[in-house]
Design a binder for this molecule. Sequence first.
Ligand code: IPD
Ligand code: CA
Length: 270
Amino acid sequence: MSTTHAAPDRESLRDLAVSVAAEAGELAAKGQAGITVLDTKSSPTDVVTEMDRATEELVRARLLAARPDDAFLGEEGGGEGGTSGVRWVVDPIDGTVNYLYGRSDWAVSVAAEVDGVVVAAAVNVPRLGESYEAVLGGGARLNGRVLEAPPAVPLEQALVATGFGYFPERRVQQARVLLEVIPRIRDIRRGGSAAVDLTGLAAGRCNAYYERGLHPWDWCAPGLVASEAGLRLGGARSGPPSNDLVIAARPELYGALEALLAPLGADTDG
Ligand code: IPD
Ligand code: CA
């Protein structure tokens, strides 16, 4: 992406993300009752509903109406160009399986990258009445109040959230990893939405999170909320978050979890 443009104001990107995510969350919440599977994606368990597509279309239309020169990457519709240096990374419904089953743990995630760095984010969790927002270097908020993740706990007292991919072979390896993790921690939670897991971690509903197989739309917005709330966010082999692995926790706990996961091949399919 070109760097010749003037850097946009991060707060205005955040404000746009927050209002569009709220409108999209309202639309998706209205459409949840009676929703059915429209199609499958990477595997027969990886489903999409008409509301995933309608919600992404609303987000895309609102963002590009406000900022026509920006690029856009959405889980359902893929990417399209742009010349401003800003790219929006969007998951219209993170937690589609929860959405399909009438559950409450799903979210609309909207992140703004400038030259590849996530600088502003909004995660709207309509059924929980929660609007998370963050600006790089400017902190995170939940429903307007400053959000700071609780202090670390020792690994053996940690409630750890995780998730499983849509490919059977990957799930077998994820279960092998879990066999070694679960005796060494307080317990595991599998909530069904990476965005709700990561923002919930920032809000103190667990102590750590790890998952293999996520995509940028899964972690960009909630990852900025998590890191701005004081959590360390990273990936495999001390690198940044990636499809191989995402880990998040307070720094002291992060190190212990990373040391537990690395020899288990948590960033591999076994
Ligand atoms: C999924 C959720 C789930 C995670 C999967 C993701 P989707 O996103 O975040 O918690 O375990 O890896 O793909 O498909 O519901 O948008
Ligand atoms: Ca999704």
